[in-house]
Design a protein around this ligand. Structure first.
Ligand SMILES: NC(=O)c1ccc[n+]([C@@H]2O[C@H](COP(=O)([O-])OP(=O)(O)OC[C@H]3O[C@@H](n4cnc5c(N)ncnc54)[C@H](OP(=O)(O)O)[C@@H]3O)[C@@H](O)[C@H]2O)c1
Length: 265
């Protein structure tokens, strides 16, 4: 890439998993990066590895996205970047608990990280992208956006918000050169489940309907979908089958299955 044409991609939650895979993919394409996370040592070591391997500039922003001040600092930063071509709103987490037993403050954190931060970051970058007539935004949602799941109420609901929000603004922006995608992965091998107390070495399945994808596979499919202007991206055949079943099965069957899959807390 010609240094005068240097483009920048911003990825939230790039410490590990899907965000780190997006960072690696865009670094390989020669993008400068702004990556956010909270595990300082881990994200800084990723930053160092990518900048050395691909000769790009990587800026790390340590940000708790539920913290208003830290989010505002990130927004200010990316609003000033004229050549920001890609925004991936990827940061996210899950907590498994009955809705009423979890502290309200924990629900508020999830709303802020999964929804408010996504809305604010999109709002900050779209005008600039529009003025250039190009730009890509990927909002990382989940297969859970399509299905109610007891003990995951806030996760499912905040991800469903991402889908409708993304679809609506993607339609508003149709034909402008600014593309927006809601990426809805299913089971993916990242640090996500380990943070919920699962053992990374035994939790993921290598075969069957629950076979876990790698974050790199998810990212490749997301970018292929973006190329084809598809707004909702459900990566992988198993996830596509699940989504189809969720569309065609009677709601009563879905409720029964979801309830039977609920694990003891
Ligand atoms: N893994 C799956 O099976 C799966 C399935 C469907 C959807 N997803 C979605 O994929 C996205 C990426 O998750 P992942 O699976 O790659 O998990 P991951 O490896 O745990 O990465 C999550 C990233 O989000 C950041 N993050 C989490 N909470 C944050 C907060 N409050 N403030 C700021 N940053 C925060 C983490 O930062 P630190 O680690 O530095 O704290 C990390 O960089 C999430 O939105 C998740 O909901 C994952």
């Amino acid at each position: 890439m010609n240094p005068n044409e240097k483009k920048t991609a911003c990825i939230t939650g790039a410490t590990s998993g899907i965000g780190a895979a997006f960072a690696g993919r865009f670094a390989r394409q020669g993008y400068d990066l702004i990556i956010t996370g909270r595990r300082k040592e881990k994200i800084e070591s990723l930053s160092q590895a990518l900048s050395q391997e691909y000769n790009i500039h990587v800026e790390v922003i340590i940000a708790e996205l539920s913290n208003d001040k830290e989010l505002e600092q990130l927004i200010e930063k990316i609003s000033q970047i004229q050549n920001l071509e890609i925004l991936v709103n990827n940061a996210g987490f899950a907590k498994q608990n009955y809705f009423h037993q979890e502290d309200l403050s924990a629900h508020e954190v999830m709303l802020k990280v999964h929804n408010l931060a996504v809305v604010k970051l999109c709002h900050a970058v779209v005008p600039n992208m529009l003025s250039k007539g190009k730009g890509n935004i990927i909002n990382v949602s989940s297969l859970s956006a399509f299905c109610p799941f007891p003990t995951n109420a806030m996760y499912c609901a905040t991800k469903a918000f991402i889908n409708l929000f993304t679809e609506s603004i993607a339609l508003e922006l149709k034909g402008t050169g600014v593309k927006v995608q809601a990426l809805c992965p299913g089971m993916t091998r990242t640090d996500f489940h380990e943070k919920m107390g699962r053992d990374k070495n035994t939790y993921y399945k290598d075969s069957g309907m629950m076979k876990a994808m790698t974050p790199e596979e998810v990212v490749e499919i997301s970018l292929q979908y973006l190329e084809k202007d598809k707004i909702i991206c459900v990566p992988g055949i198993n996830n596509k089958i699940s989504r189809l079943l969720l569309k065609i099965l009677p709601q009563a069957v879905i409720y029964k299955t979801a309830s039977s899959m609920m694990q003891n807390i």
